[in-house]
Design a binder for this molecule. Structure first.
Ligand code: BGC
Length: 392
C-alpha cells in the first residue's frame, strides 16, 4: 500500500490548538502576568486582553465549525479555577463548562489541557515546580476539573510541554521563575513527570472515559561531527526520559516546529536555511521525524497536539502545513498509529516572551477591535483535512 492509498482513519482528530493565557485575556492572577511587568523581564510586551476569547469563545468555535474541523484544543486556567489554595471559583468552572457545552453543540470534540505554562500566583509564591507538594496540588486541581468538567472532556492533556517550562524557566532563565541551573532543570523535569502521573490518575478515576496524555515538545535534532554526545545528553533530558516514562499511556502528544542543529556554540544557523519569524529553520519534515521517534520509544498512539509556523507570510504557512501533512500521510502509510493533527494555532495570539509579533494563526486578530479574519491558510487547512486521504 502506498501512502496515498491510506484512507482517513475513523475518528481521526483534525483541529487547531490554543491555550487559555494566549487567547483569553485578563489572566492577571498568574506568574506570567507578573513576569511581564517585572523589571528586566525577558517579555517584550504584556499579554493584556490577548484575543479576548474569554468573551468571544462562541465566535472562535463558530469559525472552527465553519472550517469543518472536528476537534479543538484549548486549556483551562488553573489561576482562574483555584485563585487561592483550596478555593475553587464556581464562576470560572461555570464559564469553562459553557465553553465545553458550546463545543459539543457544534460537534467539536474538546481537547482540554489543564496546565499550559502559567501558574497561579499562590503556587508560584510557594516555589512553583520546586515545592515538594506540587504534584499533590496539581492532583487536587485536576480532581476539581474532572468532577466538574469530566463528562464533557473529549481528550485530556495534563501538562503542556513540561520540558519547555523546565528549560525556559529553570535552565535558560527566559520564562518565570528565571532560573539558570542544569541541576534545577533536571530536577524540575523529574517533578513534572510525577505531576503528570498524579493528574493522570485522578482524571482517569473521575467521570468521563476520555484518553489522558502528555503533550511533549520535540524537535528533529542533528549534531555537527564531534557534538553527538552533547546532543545525546541534552535530548535524554528533553525527550527520552519523558518518552520512556510514557509507555503504556493512552496516547502521547507530539509538538514540533523545527530542526535544531547543535555545534560548538549551541544552536547552529545554516547560512542558506529558510527561517521563520521565530528564527526557526523552516522544517516541516520534523513532524514525520518526531512522531516516528515518539511512537518507537513509547509504543503508544500519537496525537500531533501542536504543529505550525510563526510567519507573516501566509503562503509560507501553507507550504509548511503541506509538508507537515505529507509527513502525517507517510506515517499512516507506514502503519504508525497517529490519531490526530492539531495545527498551532487558530488565532494570532500572545507568543509568550515574544509578544504579539510572531503570527501563528490561520485566523488574524485585529489588536484593537479583536475582529477575526480568516486567512487563506484557514480555508486551505479546511480543504486539506477534508481531502487528505482520498486524493490519489
Ligand atoms: C507552546 C505554545 C507556543 C507554540 C509556538 C509551543 O511551545 O505550547 O504555547 O505558542 O509552541 O511557539
Amino acid at each position: 500500500m502506498t501512502a496515498h492509498e491510506v484512507h482517513f482513519p475513523d475518528g481521526f482528530s483534525w483541529g487547531t490548538s490554543t491555550s487559555a493565557y494566549q487567547i483569553e485575556g485578563g489572566n492577571s492572577n498568574t506568574d506570567w502576568w507578573r513576569f511581564e511587568r517585572a523589571e528586566g523581564t525577558a517579555a517584550v510586551e504584556v499579554c493584556g486582553d490577548a484575543c479576548d476569547s474569554w468573551h468571544r469563545y462562541e465566535e472562535d468555535l463558530d469559525i472552527i465549525a465553519s472550517l469543518g474541523l472536528n476537534s479543538f484544543r484549548l486549556s483551562v486556567e488553573w489561576a482562574r479555577i483555584e485563585p487561592a489554595q483550596g478555593n475553587f471559583s464556581s464562576e470560572a468552572l461555570d464559564h469553562y463548562r459553557a465553553v465545553l457545552v458550546a463545543c459539543r453543540e457544534r460537534n467539536i470534540v474538546p481537547v482540554v489541557t489543564l496546565h499550559h505554562f502559567t501558574l497561579p500566583l499562590w503556587v508560584a509564591d510557594h516555589g512553583g515546580f520546586e515545592h515538594p507538594d506540587i504534584a499533590r496540588w496539581m492532583a487536587n486541581y485536576a480532581t476539581k476539573v474532572s468532577e466538574t468538567l469530566g463528562d464533557l472532556i473529549g481528550v485530556a492533556c495534563t501538562i503542556n510541554e513540561p520540558n519547555i517550562v523546565a528549560i525556559m524557566g529553570y535552565l535558560l532563565g527566559l520564562f518565570p521563575p528565571q532560573v539558570t541551573s542544569w541541576e534545577r532543570f533536571v530536577a524540575v523535569n523529574e517533578t513534572m513527570r510525577a505531576c503528570h502521573v498524579a493528574m493522570r490518575d485522578v482524571l482517569k478515576e473521575g467521570p468521563g472515559t476520555f484518553p489522558v496524555g502528555l503533550p511533549l515538545s520535540m524537535q528533529e535534532y542533528e549534531a555537527l561531527p564531534g557534538f553527538e554526545d552533547r546532543l545525546d545528553s541534552f535530548r535524554v533530558e528533553m525527550e527520552d526520559k519523558y518518552l520512556l516514562s510514557l509507555r503504556g499511556e493512552d496516547y502521547v502528544g507530539v509538538q514540533c516546529y523545527t530542526k535544531i542543529i547543535l555545534g560548538p556554540d549551541g544552536i547552529v544557523n545554516l547560512p542558506d536555511g529558510e527561517l521563520t519569524d521565530m528564527g526557526y529553520l523552516f522544517w516541516p519534515q520534523s513532524v514525520e521525524y518526531t512522531v516516528r521517534r515518539a511512537a518507537t520509544l513509547t509504543k503508544a498512539p500519537i496525537i500531533v497536539t501542536e504543529n505550525g509556523i510563526g510567519t507573516q507570510d501566509d503562503a509560507q504557512r501553507i507550504r509548511y502545513l503541506t509538508g507537515a501533512l505529507e509527513g502525517v500521510r507517510t506515517l499512516l502509510g507506514d502503519g504508525v498509529d497517529v490519531r490526530g493533527y492539531f495545527q498551532w494555532s487558530l488565532l494570532d495570539n500572545f507568543e509568550w516572551a515574544l509578544g504579539y509579533r510572531p503570527k501563528f494563526g490561520i485566523v488574524g486578530v485585529d489588536r484593537s477591535t479583536f475582529a477575526r479574519t480568516l486567512k487563506p491558510s484557514a480555508h486551505w487547512f479546511a480543504d486539506a483535512t477534508r481531502n487528505f486521504f482520498t486524493t490519489a
